[in-house]
Design a binder for this molecule. Structure first.
Ligand code: CP
Length: 314
């Protein structure tokens, strides 16, 4: 199997063709035994140095990119916003060009600036992998979420499936990337949350199905949606981006055991992390049998291996 393409950079999923998504899912699946320690690491990227340029905090994304790179034989350097010269006012483009001039093979970028990954990609020749830029996109998260979900459902054909993305949609790059990938594979996506967090314009993010209907829907009633969901993807309330919630947020939009029971038996519960336990979902649900949250994390290494291989192994 060969997922190499002539596509340089991974900036977003909005326009990613279905064939490329399926190729990455297949490649990532093949890497899972390596991630789980059941197969030997690869050396396809030996000699490559990957720069993790993280100007915004991260646990899962930064570590999983490092693990993924090491499982492919590459080495990584981490440059963090707080300890880099970005803290002295150096621009993103200057920072990226200086790192490129040191001979790194790719830059994995996390930034609070929406559009930051596209901007950097216009100014460097090495591949730029968007590890989350502001409210814009978090494409590897969307891909790994899709991987965890399709594993759970046992199929990559999501026609007829309905996925609820619940919570702070307005601030969420995860919601956007997941919605692009899931709808490309045929799913209907329902954005669920209070009106201030789920603007009606969210239905315009993607195209329409063959009947001219939007494949994106908006609901402000989680309880009404529950029986129709094949998965509920709970999102973190992003207080650092100015999210405001009322004291009854969890009562209306939090996942708990009683709500989980009202979902179909096969449906799973997801969260990209980090979790505000007790707010977006209760601890018993986060750690319960319907949760695929840690599966998402395992998939994250496999998917990031697939992405790094796609970008660099040629
Ligand atoms: N899901 C996610 O992006 O988590 P981190 O912010 O910890 O990387």
């Amino acid at each position: 199997m060969d997922t190499r393409t002539t596509t340089r950079h991974l900036l977003g999923l909005r326009d990613m063709p279905k064939s490329r998504i399926l190729g990455l899912l297949e490649a990532a699946e093949s890497y899972l035994p390596v991630v789980k320690g059941q197969a030997s690491p690869h050396d396809d990227l030996q000699g490559h140095i990957i720069a993790n340029l993280f100007l915004e905090n991260s646990t899962r994304t930064r570590v999983s990119f490092s693990v993924a790179a090491q499982r492919l034989g590459a080495t990584t350097i981490d440059l963090l916003g707080s300890t880099s010269s970005a803290s002295k006012g150096e621009t993103l483009v200057d920072t990226g060009r200086n790192i490129e001039a040191m001979g790194v093979s790719a830059i994995v970028l996390r930034t609070s600036a929406s559009g930051g990954a596209h901007l950097l990609a216009q100014h460097v020749d090495v591949p730029v992998i968007n590890a989350g830029d502001g409210r814009s996109e978090h494409p590897t998260q969307g891909l790994l979420d899709t991987m965890a979900l399709t594993q759970h459902l046992g199929t990559t054909d999501l026609e007829g499936r309905t996925i609820g993305i619940v919570g702070d949609i307005a601030h969420s790059r995860v919601a956007r990337s997941a919605a692009y990938a899931l709808t490309t594979l045929g799913a209907d996506v329902v954005f669920i949350g209070p009106p201030a967090m789920v603007p009606g314009s969210m239905t315009e993010l993607t195209g329409h199905d063959s009947d001219g209907q939007s494949v994106l829907h908006v609901s402000h009633d989680l309880d009404a949606a529950l029986p129709h969901l094949d998965a509920a993807m709970m999102l973190r309330v992003q207080f650092e981006r100015g999210a405001n919630i009322t004291s009854d947020y969890a009562a209306h939009f939090g996942m708990n055991a009683e709500r989980a029971k009202r979902m179909p038996e096969h449906a799973c519960i997801m969260h990209p992390g980090p979790i505000n336990r007790g707010l977006e979902l209760t601890p018993d649900v986060a750690d319960g049998s319907r949760s695929v949250i840690l599966r998402q994390v395992t998939c994250s290494v496999a998917m990031r291996m697939a992405v790094l291989f796609e970008q660099l192994a040629h």
